[in-house]
Design a protein around this ligand. Structure first.
Ligand SMILES: *Cc1c(COP(=O)(O)O)cnc(C)c1O
Length: 427
């Protein structure tokens, strides 16, 4: 190991603290974390010069690959103008352009954009707007939120209250917003709709819940259920937005227009943190009038010009490179390759796919799940590194969620690496 690698690891283990990470195993002397230093296209390099396919799109964010000159060029050009100015009391050119662009691009009816910093804050914004809207439109009793079992909407206290993964959220449950949880649209009927402000869902597929797609038509049914009862629909497209499921936004596939659309991860093509919450003009109207009606919410870096410049460059690339029209061929190729590599594999219990998202669930050949202590998903993903493939599993589900710019032969290459890794770990 090179001296600088050793030093970075030592500083990390003695001073830093990682997200979602049992720190004892992380800091164990036997654990040698990779130090990632460089990226180009779908490839990443570690500090030892080893090259990997970014099979997780750097935690589901990257769209056009790393180091794309159009995005980095836009970021550098903005840095030469100014890195940051306050959006509190001032406008900025890139934010104006981006707001207009997002309104034009999003489903008809979403006409206002509120910027923030990440997926969790995009959800916080929607939640606070949903509640304050009711206070200002004569329905103060509508304060309830409903989310889906095993949902994931982020980690800040409000967003976490809508999270259904008990391991992450249970210990904070009583401290945040109280929410009801359902498994299906039908279960909503058991709840008191008159007290509901909004229902929140990850459309088409739950990501953190081991990449589990919803039944076709479910989103449309949910929209109809909400419409019939005056309940708002918040769509968390933090993972699914920006082409990930095959259309610019997942909701387009069921012709659903939400009341709030939350965007983050892919918004800047995965280059810098930035988020947006889009809503309808009728909701915005309830916040007009005097100071008593204003939406008192914001962050220091709201509408950061560098983030906005990156997002504009991202959207330009979607258009210039006709990214969306190239996706069906990639999605079909992914589907065929998944079948070719895993349909006969006794350890693969189920392959789940939605657009350019794949989850490969491992179990014993008799269908019984592995014990969590065996850490099979983690061990297979680590073995895949040996074949040049980086990804992060969710329990025993391997995740393949590469940058959308991935080439067909790179898809093949990545799945081959998983296939070899399964063989090595499980035989
Ligand atoms: C990642 C994610 C979030 C949280 O976004 P952060 O930027 O990590 O705060 C929320 N919802 C979904 C569906 C996500 O995938």
């Amino acid at each position: 190991m090179r001296g600088d690698t050793r030093q970075w690891i030592e500083s990390d283990k003695s001073c830093a603290w990682h997200p979602f990470t049992p720190q004892d195993s992380w800091t164990d002397p036997s654990h040698e974390p990779l130090v990632l230093v460089k990226g180009e296209g779908v490839w990443l390099w570690d500090s030892e010069g080893r090259k990997y396919l970014d099979g997780n799109a750097s935690i589901w964010t990257n769209i056009h690959g790393h180091g794309h000159p159009h995005v980095t060029g836009a970021i550098k050009a903005q840095l030469d103008e100014v890195a940051h100015t306050s959006y509190l009391g001032f406008a900025n050119p890139r934010a104006s352009e981006l707001a207009e662009r997002l309104v034009g691009l999003s489903p008809d009816g979403l006409d206002r954009v509120f910027f923030s910093d990440n997926g969790s804050t995009a959800i916080e914004v929607a939640m606070k707007m949903a509640v304050q809207y009711r206070l200002q439109t004569g329905e103060p009793e509508r304060t309830g939120f409903v989310a889906f079992t095993n949902a994931y909407h982020g980690d800040t206290m409000g967003a976490a209250s809508l999270g259904g993964v008990s391991r992450f959220f249970e210990r904070f449950r009583g401290l945040g917003v109280t929410a009801d949880f359902v498994r299906s649209v039908a279960e909503l009927d058991a709840l008191d709709a008159d007290g509901m402000a909004a229902v929140v869902i990850e459309p088409l597929i739950q990501g953190v819940n081991e990449m589990r797609p919803w039944p076709a038509g479910m989103l449309g049914e949910l929209r109809a259920w909400c419409d019939a009862r005056g309940v708002h629909l918040i769509l968390d497209e933090v993972m699914t937005g920006f082409g990930r499921t095959g259309t610019m936004f997942a909701c387009e596939q069921e012709s659903v227009v939400p009341d709030f659309l939350c965007l983050a991860k892919g918004l800047t093509a995965g280059y810098v943190p930035m988020a947006a919450t889009l809503t309808r003009e009728e909701i915005y109207d309830a916040f007009r009038g005097g100071p008593e009606n204003a939406f008192y919410y914001g962050h220091s870096f709201t509408a950061n010009p560098v983030g906005c410049a990156a997002a504009l460059a991202n959207l330009e690339l979607f258009e210039r490179d006709e990214v969306l029209s190239g996706l069906p061929a990639k999605i079909t190729h992914l589907k065929n390759s998944l079948a070719a590599h895993f349909s006969g594999n006794p350890w693969v219990h189920e392959v789940r796919q939605c657009g350019m998202i794949a989850g490969i669930e491992l179990r014993h050949p008799d269908g019984v799940g592995f014990s969590p202590d065996e850490r099979v998903g983690e061990r297979v993903s680590i073995a895949a590194r040996g074949h040049g493939m980086l990804s992060r599993p969710i329990r025993d589900t391997l995740v393949f969620l590469p940058p959308l710019s991935i080439a067909l032969e790179e898809i093949e290459w990545g799945l081959e690496a998983f296939s070899k890794a399964i063989g090595e770990v499980l035989g």
